[in-house]
Design a protein around this ligand. Structure first.
Ligand code: GLN
Length: 483
């Protein structure tokens, strides 16, 4: 049962093949059995989950069930959950019990999903390997010596190891797509503004976007039906009609114009990854798509621009952790300044501290024009590259990550090489576009992800393109050995 997709489980619940309480118990048992080796959960809410499952069964008995009623689910620990610890992977919030639910959490509660727990993540979502988490790294179920990717590594590993059918993630520069790729699952980063950011702890507000992580595009479509939509509590949320994401999944691939940016296939891309991606593209040709070489000339500037903009925004967002209102407070402060200084230096880990310092520097008087303003101009050019590309193609494809999962510890002393993990994903956030990663093969037993990039609000098309591939391949159905 646990190896089924949400679409299948939903049928089984409807046909009374299993109750939500039984299903939830099966996943809780797996978490208990396997998570010691993976470390994918920070908090497991077993009692609450069983109570919610009972409610879901009762609701179903009354004939009031929707497609997600009674489906077990996990939330990345960046989403505020009322009455449940919400740590954001940081010592700073290790003692924080949220007094309210994020909009996304409310939406899933309303849909009747059952919360299994909160998943591990890089501290404040800063990282590409889950190694910056205060709670320790997440292991990749395909090889326990390698990273699960980040920052939504806990969600990716938990889905890949069948500890939950699906989970939420957030993506500021690649944090849904890159861990999805490294763990062999599907993940969608929606258009900026499509999913509410209210109650999603802020890292870099102009880039952050929540989205679903699951095994198949079909499941992601089901989750998007619940997650997408306008929210008056989020000033950047967009009031744009929400389609039924499942209704176009089976549209034809005939005549689909696929753009391959030449910048995504150059130096730095591992050979095995490139071969897997080329093979996936061949599948699309067989389905009737046409291939076009395109150029995104400013791609090389996306990492430098991001590492000015994201730290600048994070330095401002993280100023709220002052030891006064909530979060970690140092012992016996001498005065107010000592309280600020010690609470912050004790509460934040080294990567978060590095980013706050870079951001504060970049925003300080005299440097603003040289760094922040320039980065914003580059952001405009990157957006233009994409909009020019979409004049001629319907979707852009390429690798999600230049390499498969790397060894734990391999990049922790070299931030630049860590930052390069997101070389193909970051531009999508800078442009606010939807992007997706789907499993597309293996390089020596480690999964490879194919990235699909669409124009704004083209999520239905991306899900259709992903689903078409999943109908003719079986990479998304593989089970890591031992799980
Ligand atoms: N790895 C990138 C960073 O460290 C992206 C993280 C994210 O998308 N949250 O900032």
């Amino acid at each position: 049962m646990v190896y089924k997709t949400i679409a299948e489980l939903s049928q089984d619940l409807a046909n009374k093949k299993i109750s939500s309480v039984e299903l939830t118990q099966q996943f809780l048992d797996r978490i208990e059995r396997f998570d010691k080796s993976l470390n994918s959960f920070i908090t497991v809410t077993a009692d609450q989950a069983l109570a919610e499952a009972k409610n879901a069964d009762a609701q179903r008995a009354k004939g009031e069930a929707g497609p997600l009623t009674g489906i077990p689910f996990a939330q990345k620990d960046i989403f505020c959950t009322q009455g449940v610890k919400t740590s954001c992977g940081s010592k700073m919030l290790d003692n924080y019990i949220s007094p309210y639910d994020a909009t996304v959490v409310k939406q899933f509660k309303k849909a009747g999903t059952v919360l299994l727990g909160k998943t591990n993540m890089d501290e404040f979502a800063m990282g590409s390997s889950n190694e910056t988490s205060y709670y320790g790294p997440v292991k990749n179920p395909w090889n326990l010596e390698t990273v699960a990717g980040g920052s939504s590594g806990g969600s990716a590993a938990a889905v890949a190891a069948y500890l939950t059918p699906a989970a939420t993630g957030t993506d500021t520069g690649g944090s849904i797509r890159q861990p999805a790729s490294l763990c062999g699952i599907s993940g969608l980063k929606p258009t900026y503004g499509r999913v509410s950011r209210y109650g999603m702890i802020a890292y870099a507000s102009s880039l952050d976007q929540g989205g679903p992580m699951a095994r198949t595009a079909e499941d992601i479509a089901l989750l998007m039906n619940t997650m997408a939509g306008f929210d008056t509590n989020d000033s950047t949320s967009i009031d744009y009609p929400v389609p039924d994401y499942t209704s176009t999944l089976n549209d034809s691939m005939k005549g689909l114009r696929i753009g391959l940016p030449k910048e995504f296939f150059g130096a730095g891309l591992e050979k095995g990854v490139e071969e897997a991606i080329q093979a996936a593209i061949k599948e699309y040709e067989k389905l009737g798509a046409t291939i076009h070489e395109i150029s995104l000339p400013h791609s090389a500037l996306s990492i430098p621009a991001y590492y000015v903009i994201a730290p600048a925004e994070c330095s401002s967002n993280l100023a709220r952790y002052d030891g006064v209102r909530f979060g970690h407070r140092c012992k016996e402060p001498k005065d107010l300044e000592d309280l600020y200084k010690r609470s912050r230096s004790e509460g934040f880990g080294p990567e978060v501290t590095r980013r706050i310092m870079i951001g504060t520097y970049a925003l300080s008087a005299g440097y603003y024009d040289a760094y922040y303003l320039k980065a914003q101009k580059i952001r405009g050019l990157i957006r233009e590259d994409f909009s020019n590309a979409f004049d001629n193609v319907d979707v852009i494809m390429g690798p999600t990550s230049p390499t498969p999962a790397f060894k734990i510890g391999a990049k922790t002393d070299d931030p630049i090489s860590m930052y390069l993990s997101d070389i193909y994903t970051i531009a999508v956030n800078l442009a606010g576009l939807p992007g997706m990663s789907i499993p597309a093969g293996f390089v020596s037993d480690l999964p490879v992800g194919l990235q699909l990039i669409g124009d704004i609000f083209q999520e239905p098309r991306l899900l259709n393109i992903a689903h078409s591939y999943q109908k003719v391949t079986d990479w998304h159905t593989r089970i890591p050995k031992g799980f």
